[in-house]
Design a protein around this ligand. Structure first.
Ligand SMILES: Nc1ncnc2c1ncn2[C@@H]1O[C@H](COP(=O)(O)OP(=O)(O)OP(=O)(O)O)[C@@H](O)[C@H]1O
Ligand SMILES: [Mg+2]
Length: 266
């Protein structure tokens, strides 16, 4: 059971000329240049790399928001491009994306209960069951007592609480994989650890496979089983988290490590 990218290439065209009518495009350097990645159930893979290295592009390919120019992405052996109808809908439920800014992904005027229940409605869960599932999900992300959160709107929550609501909205669908694109970078350090340990717990209790995109090696080594390092559209290093940080093989990984003083050398 895994979500797999093989030899994925993505090239964004670059517009020639600045006019909005300019349609001619010249190929830029690929944003992803033959990338492979396996995310198994019950594991956390941290994807690190400098800004522009292709992390979000890979995330979009994994959730089928973007189609690779070459290579393939598959879930449990099935090519994503082959998914249609009911199977595509099931994929949309099983693979959930968590974004950096929970404020952007939440509808401001909706109450927490409706935000979390939204996916359930889309996926046809009967109304009678929804309330119970919403309560379970809010409890799982630590928003308790649930009663005190159900009626609030996003602006009545802290940043960390908003991110937990967004995660609850995904969890309620009982996904198998979570693709989290810098889920804690906008949060205060005081609440980061809580959200990250929530990921660890979900991996253990629900066997979730989590891809955690981060700029921060200290975060990566703390929660992930494996670390994958990207640089300019390629994977330049990967391995067990402790090994990558203890014996970095690539110059770029060493530079990242040097910029992470609190990790030190172990
Ligand atoms: N929609 C787009 N159109 C054109 N180029 C894009 C588009 N999205 C990303 N790119 C380019 O592709 C490359 C990879 O971008 P991507 O967003 O995947 O990087 P990233 O690793 O997520 O960076 P960050 O850490 O800043 O979020 C960059 O050079 C970026 O400019
Ligand atoms: Mg990004």
């Amino acid at each position: 059971m895994s979500l797999v990218a093989e030899d994925v290439v993505v090239t964004y065209g670059r517009r020639l000329g600045s006019g909005i009518l300019s349609r001619r495009r010249t190929p830029a350097a690929p944003a992803l240049d033959g990338v492979g990645l396996t995310l198994g159930k019950g594991s956390i893979v941290a994807l690190v790399g400098e800004s522009g290295s292709g992390k979000s592009t890979l995330a979009r390919c994994l959730v089928r928001m973007q189609e690779p120019g070459a290579g393939r992405v598959s879930v449990d052996g099935t090519d994503l491009t082959a998914l249609r109808g009911r199977r595509l809908k099931d994929f949309r439920r099983r693979v959930q994306m968590i974004y950096q800014d929970p404020y952007e992904s939440l509808i401001p005027r909706q109450q927490v209960r409706d935000i979390v229940a939204e996916g359930l409605a889309i996926h046809g869960v009967p109304r009678a069951e929804r309330d119970e599932r919403v309560r379970e999900a809010l409890t799982a992300v630590g928003l308790t007592p649930v009663e005190s959160f159900l009626d609030r709107r996003p602006f009545e929550l802290s940043g960390g609480q908003r991110q937990r609501v967004a995660i609850a909205g995904s969890l309620v669908l009982e996904p198998a994989y979570l693709i989290a694109d810098e889920p804690v970078s906008m949060l205060d350090v005081s609440v980061r650890a809580g959200v990250l340990s929530l990921f660890g717990e979900l991996r253990r209790t629900r066997e979730l496979g989590i891809l955690l995109i981060t700029h921060d090696l200290a975060t990566a080594v703390h929660v992930a089983d494996r670390i994958v390092v990207m640089h300019r559209g390629r994977i330049v290093e990967e391995g067990p988290a402790r090994q990558v940080t203890a014996e970095p093989a690539h110059d770029y990984t060493r530079a990242l490590l040097a910029a992470t003083p609190d990790l030190g050398r172990t």
